[in-house]
Design a protein around this ligand. Structure first.
Ligand code: IMP
Ligand code: MG
Length: 190
């Protein structure tokens, strides 16, 4: 484990087991509409890539992917109050069963933004799945349909989550403590 990361919060085995459960639950909710039903997963880049890669292999459904990219302010480790869409948003979601997938629900502004834009297209159903939800941080009005793990208010990296773009490749999820020169500084926090 790189030195900055002081403890492991979730191991790759724990994550894999939980994703198997989530997959079974989501598949149960989405299946049953017949072959004409369109199921579209909308992963939010970049943090969700590892999670969604594992999740879709636990979903034995006929589904497609439409990626969306949301950026916070460049150069900062995290901040999403000013969540901003980058690039194209899928435009063909009318009548589809849509599942938005993200790595972590922190303030909720990112997911609220993406959800609102997709809701305008009148999908047949619209659900939200996050791997992690951070305690006591949510500001936006959004209730995720699926949550992998409830975690304490700590800055986490690994399994797709980054600090300044690094550590996404770590198989476990670890904590970077709020001290020292690399202190992750979320937007709007003292
Ligand atoms: P929200 O809009 O505040 O809910 O933040 C969501 C985004 O902020 C996530 O998709 C992550 O990219 C980033 N983020 C929030 N907390 C963390 C963290 O602890 N580690 C890494 N990224 C985080
Ligand atoms: Mg993200």
């Amino acid at each position: 484990m790189p030195g900055e990361i002081t403890r492991t919060l979730l191991t790759s085995d724990q994550i894999a087991r939980r994703i198997a459960e989530l997959g079974a639950e989501i598949a149960g909710d989405l299946e049953g509409g017949g072959a004409s039903q369109r199921i579209v997963l909308v992963p939010i880049l970049t943090g969700s890539i590892v999670f969604v890669a594992d999740l879709i292999r636990r979903l034995p459904l006929r589904l497609s992917l439409e990626l969306v990219a949301v950026s916070s302010y460049p150069g900062q480790a995290m901040t999403s109050k000013g969540a901003r869409l980058r690039g194209e948003i899928p435009t063909n979601l009318s009548g589809a069963h849509v599942l938005i997938v993200d790595d972590i629900l922190d303030t909720g502004h990112t997911l609220a933004l993406v959800r609102a834009i997709i809701a305008e297209q009148k999908p047949a159903s619209l659900r939200v799945c996050v791997l992690l939800r951070k305690a006591g941080r949510q500001e936006a009005d959004l209730t995720p349909d699926y949550v992998g793990f409830e975690i304490p208010d700590a800055f986490v990296v690994g399994y797709g989550l980054d600090h300044d773009g690094y550590y996404r490749n770590l198989p476990d999820i670890g904590v970077i403590p709020p001290a020292g020169p690399h202190r992750p500084q979320p937007e709007g926090r003292p």
